[in-house]
Design a protein around this ligand. Structure first.
Ligand SMILES: [Zn+2]
Length: 268
């Protein structure tokens, strides 16, 4: 993955041709009032015209139109929405009709968009059957295996073979900063069993007692591989949204007064 166009987005350099990909940063947008920069998020209190203007800046750089985007409400669940081209513009120009934390399509020029600010964004591309997916995997979605479920749904709906798929795990809060209580490691063990241990560290301090540090990128990589995607077809961003708060929005660092990052994938 590589930062491009004045660092306003990261593209998946290793994906085969035929899909536009974009993980936005917090740079380059027109938002104001405490969330200066790029926030392509209709739910963060900005005028919709500003959100659309941000999407246009991002799309001009990465290669999609705001009119082609599909943005819906996310609830840390595992509903997967199959999106058709008639639904393009949802979230910006058309009302939202369904909650979904993963989106799939096999139609070109449908820009599936996931919003995050510490949660893990995942983009999936099958260049053979020409199908794509985007998933929002915070620790709750990760524990629900939304990554693996999206892979399986692509196979069911479009006949995709996971062996043909490429996946990209985007910028999120990384193991260095994702400090949790016991509930998160236990949720990871429940979805992955012993394999989760390699992605969990313990740390005891006098101030906080026993805490855990969880690597959601590694867990999601294992879930994608368990669903059949080849190791060499999975790219992982090295960026940490919490560490690099000058470049990314971080809910844990900024709280509610923040923008959102967009992960976008579109067949072309
Ligand atoms: Zn960090």
């Amino acid at each position: 993955m590589r930062l491009k166009d004045g660092n306003i987005y990261i593209s998946c350099e290793n994906f085969p041709a035929g899909a536009v990909t974009c993980f936005s940063t917090r740079l380059g947008g027109k938002s104001a009032c405490g969330i200066e920069g790029m926030s392509p998020d209709p739910w963060k209190g900005q005028p919709i015209e500003t959100v659309i203007a941000n999407c246009r800046v991002l799309g001009e750089a990465a290669g999609f139109n705001p009119e082609d985007m599909y943005i819906t409400s996310q609830v840390h669940g595992d509903n997967i929405k199959r999106v058709s081209k008639e639904e393009r513009g949802t979230g910006l120009f058309l009302p939202v009709k369904v909650d979904a934390d993963a989106l799939i399509t096999d139609e070109p020029n449908v820009a599936l968009t996931i919003r995050t600010a510490d949660c893990t964004p995942i983009l999936i591309y099958d260049p053979v059957r020409r199908a794509i997916g985007a998933a929002h995997a915070g620790h709750k979605g990760t524990a629900l295996d939304i990554a693996g479920k999206t892979v399986r749904r692509l196979a069911e709906e479009y006949g995709s073979n996971p062996q043909d798929m490429h996946a990209a795990i985007g910028p999120c809060i990384s193991k260095c900063c994702f400090e949790t209580d016991i509930d998160v490691p236990e949720a990871m063990r429940s979805v992955l069993g012993d394999a989760a241990e390699s992605a969990i560290a313990e740390k005891v301090t006098p101030e906080k007692g026993l805490k855990y540090f969880v690597d959601l990128k590694a867990i999601n990589r294992m879930l994608l591989m368990r669903a059949g995607i080849k190791s060499e077809n999975i790219e992982i961003s090295e960026h940490c949204t919490y560490c690099e708060s000058d470049l990314f929005w971080s809910h844990r660092r900024m709280g509610a007064l923040r923008g959102s990052l967009a992960a976008v994938i579109m067949l072309v």
